[in-house]
Design a protein around this ligand. Structure first.
Ligand code: CAA
Length: 383
């Protein structure tokens, strides 16, 4: 057993850390206060291959595995969580689904643009009344000559209105439950496709989130991904990869909060000595560091299993559950270490806490991760 990252991945990790700290971290506070989609830094990330990490080199990506994906996303998130969310969504579901289920023509049409960051991808599953119960979605795709007409509304779509390509799950057979859902790729300029105003959120302000609405939007048949009725299972298996990305993102935010708290505990003095010397602070830092290390081990192991081509639904959900809960714990503890300054927008830790909070919600809440884990345990036990 070897816990060390491969040398080439460590070299890449250092390069991405340098880039993220040099070019992304300095704009994070400003983007939090004055939210806008960070096109300039996303363009730079695209040039470095960071928006096509998993996509094979043949289609213009870096062709790396999930371990590399987790390591690099952690670096981006340690600089700014919003960049990591946008990167995680465009790297994840659209590209992995097109790669796994697209025809050769579909792969050639969409993957090179996405992998280079020339196009940003969005994933449209959730609806206003169907978040955790994703199969209850109501967006309808009716068959017409040459394709489908879509009607309905998606909610909480990362990069809504900003993304160029939308991977949309819609019901082609409303009587067939999860087996009546199909996947489509829509371009932003599709007539009948529109976007709501950006949601006002607790954190991750630059990861613009909107509704995506379909009003008789025509999608040609050649823009359906996979067969009719396969969409839900495709989306669920892609979420196994996506959730590793969210776990890694949570780790990055937690790491940044921990580093700030550890530094503050060295520099800040009370009662004539650095506050680190008080057990109340020292033990807090110890717990924070331990939670981060444990979550990283779970995340890297889940990624490693995916890289071996194994189904890792349980391990991925464990990683996502643990890393996101650890991130909220660590960021909250960092605020406590900072004392009153932790509550001030002049210091970054309050933003880390706000940014981390959603990691226990999106790509499946902590409760849904527990549902997934317990179902897998049942399957293993009943075998
Ligand atoms: N891999 C492969 N297949 C899977 C699978 C997986 N991980 N999970 C489920 N499936 C298959 C099942 O085997 C089943 O197939 P069969 O019909 O052949 O048996 C089918 O999918 C339906 O599965 P379930 O019966 O388990 O479905 P369910 O309705 O009970 O729901 C759920 C399961 C786990 C609760 C699911 O609805 C879920 O994950 N909900 C959370 C939704 C979510 O994560 N949304 C994230 C939105 S994207 C986002 O947040 C992006 C962003 O902005 C950052």
């Amino acid at each position: 057993m070897d816990f060390a990252l491969p040398d080439d991945l460590r070299t890449l990790q250092r390069a991405v850390r340098d880039f993220a700290q040099r070019e992304i971290a300095p704009v994070a506070t400003e983007l939090d206060r004055d939210p806008r989609f960070p096109r300039a830094t996303l363009r730079r990330m695209g040039e470095m291959g960071l928006l096509g990490i998993l996509t094979p080199e043949d289609y213009g990506g870096l062709g790396l595995g999930y371990l590399a994906y987790a390591v690099l996303l952690e670096e981006i998130a340690a600089a700014d969580a919003s960049h990591a969310t946008i990167a995680s969504v465009t790297n994840g579901m659209p590209q992995s689904l097109i790669l796994a289920h697209g025809s050769q023509a579909q792969r050639e049409r969409w993957l090179p643009r996405l992998a280079a960051g020339e196009a940003i991808g969005a994933f449209c599953l959730s609806e206003p009344h169907a978040g955790s119960d994703a199969a209850a979605l109501r967006t309808r795709a009716r068959r017409v000559e040459g394709g489908y007409r879509l009607d309905g509304s998606k909610a909480w779509i990362t990069s809504g209105g900003e993304a160029d390509l939308y991977l949309v799950l819609a019901k082609t057979d409303p009587e067939a439950g999860a087996r009546g859902i199909s996947a489509f790729v829509l371009e932003r300029d599709t007539p009948g496709l529109s976007f709501g105003a950006p949601e006002r959120k607790l954190g991750q302000h630059a990861a613009i989130t909107t509704s995506v609405d379909f009003d008789d939007a025509f999608v040609p048949e050649e823009q359906r991904l996979g067969e009719e009725g396969q969409g839900f299972v495709m989306a669920m298996s892609a979420l196994d990869g996506g959730r590793v990305g969210i776990a890694a993102q949570a780790l990055g935010i937690a790491r940044a909060a921990f580093a700030a708290a550890a530094r503050h505990a060295e520099e800040r003095e009370a009662f004539g000595r650095p506050i680190r010397e008080f057990q109340g602070v020292g033990f807090k830092l110890a717990d924070m560091a331990t939670r981060i290390e444990a979550a990283r081990l779970l995340t890297h192991r889940a990624a490693w299993l995916l890289d071996r081509g194994e189904r890792a639904t349980k391990e991925v959900s464990m990683a996502k559950l643990d890393a996101s809960e650890a991130a909220v714990f660590v960021c909250d503890a960092a605020v406590q270490v900072f004392g009153g300054y932790g509550y001030s927008a002049d210091y970054p830790v309050e933003r880390y806490l706000r940014d981390a909070r959603v990691t226990t919600l999106y790509e499946g809440t902590s409760e849904i991760q527990r549902v997934v884990i317990s179902r897998q345990i049942h399957r293993e036990t009943a075998r």
